[in-house]
Design a protein around this ligand. Sequence first.
Ligand code: ADP
Length: 164
Amino acid sequence: MLKAIYPGSFDPVTLGHEDIIRRSSRLVDELIVGVLNNKAKSPLFSVEERVKMLEEVTKDLANVRIIPFGGLLVDFARRMDAGMIIRGLRAITDFEYELQMSQMNHKMEAGVETVFLTTSLEYSYLSSSTVKEVAAFGGDISQFVPDVVADRITEKMNKKESVD
Ligand code: ADP
């Protein structure tokens, strides 16, 4: 059985992430979307919120599970008994970092291979951080994220404004 992990912060999940999830779920028997619980990054959404949004976005995909994790990705892969890591590649700027990470991970755990899917053209400019920037200035982000995320991000920004 081919089990893969697609790891990331998903703060929040964008249409680019969703595209990679849907495409990679067709390549493997089971896809685990690993949601990084990294408090140092001070995310906009808590890990529980990010997991919930991903669950809603992927509810029609029977072989996809959403699981939060902390620590080393290769340790998580080992715990999940997954032999593959999926990463998405956008522009050349992603490449250098991703190459380094995949080689480092392979050195630490030779049983885990990293597989890259290139972004679909229509999402190649999309990232969670640019979506957050646009939302922070009141821009319409509905064309960049799944509907469930668009609603939550607006709520979150309104709450933030009333606190700031
Ligand atoms: P990280 O916190 O590791 O940067 P992200 O949540 O930003 O993770 O992204 C997780 C994965 O999804 C990474 O492999 C990233 O390259 C990929 N990704 C992000 N946005 C897109 C997109 N628009 N198209 C394809 N892949 C993407």
